[in-house]
Design a protein around this ligand. Structure first.
Ligand SMILES: Nc1nc2c(ncn2[C@@H]2O[C@H](COP(=O)(O)OP(=O)(O)O)[C@@H](O)[C@H]2O)c(=O)[nH]1
Ligand SMILES: [Mg+2]
Length: 207
């Protein structure tokens, strides 16, 4: 799969209808800490108008949710984001669900991740710890996942090897870099995740 061969089949603001010949419907979760870019990524890749449940942050959550690097952020996802993207039109459709990354939303994570085939775990390298709780929930779920570093303008360069070491990832867990604002870049990260999930499914079937 190559994202350069994929084009938006519809404008993100127009209603989009599924191709009747579509075969595989794949549920994917986008996870990560507050402000790492989950909503942004789903909005960037979705071929339909994506759906986001956001709530104005309360003073009570200010002490829990660190906004040092995203001071403009006044909303926090309390339930989920939803979007859809067709890979190889007529073949595979990804349903994208954004899950809140804070452990206190564990119940929401359990609901949102149910039936998922893979998880894209977003990280902001300026504050890796923001996604630790999310990574922990993902690892406990046993779902295949891919780590995606969302590059912000002030992000320092961190090599995938250093990150793999720091996060103590398995050797086969993909580590990719993306820009959540960019369609192609975000799609490439999702395609890497789908490749990884397919490999896991094949390996499990063979064993
Ligand atoms: N420059 C830049 N800003 C980003 C990027 N991803 C997210 N943002 C901004 O960071 C803030 C938090 O992103 P958001 O998607 O709401 O994070 P979420 O809490 O994980 O859903 C928003 O103001 C975004 O516009 C990125 O790749 N580059
Ligand atoms: Mg969000």
């Amino acid at each position: 799969m190559d994202s350069s061969r994929l084009a938006r089949t519809t404008s993100p603001v127009e209603p989009a209808y599924l191709d009747e010949s579509s075969t595989y419907l794949v549920k994917i979760v986008v996870a990560g800490g507050l402000g790492v870019g989950k909503t942004t990524l789903i909005r960037a890749v979705s071929e339909m108008r994506s759906v986001h449940t956001e709530e104005v942050m309360t003073a009570a959550s200010m002490s829990l949710d660190n906004l040092e690097f995203t001071p403009e952020k006044t909303t926090t996802t309390v339930a989920m984001d939803f979007g859809r993207i067709t890979l190889d039109p007529g073949d595979t459709i990804l349903y994208l669900f954004g899950a809140p990354g804070q452990r206190r939303f564990k119940e929401a994570w359990d609901d949102v991740s149910h039936g998922a085939k893979g998880v894209l775990v977003l990280f902001d390298v300026r504050r890796l710890d923001a996604s630790f709780e999310a990574l922990d929930m993902v690892e406990r779920s046993g779902l295949p996942y891919c780590v995606a570093v969302n590059r912000f303008p002030t992000s320092p360069d961190v090599s995938p090897e250093v990150l793999r070491d720091h996060l103590d990832l398995d050797a086969d867990t993909p580590v990719v870099s993306c820009n959540a604002l960019d369609f192609t870049s975000s799609l490439d990260a999702l395609i890497e995740l789908v490749r990884h999930a397919l490999t896991r499914i094949r390996l499990d079937a063979a064993s």
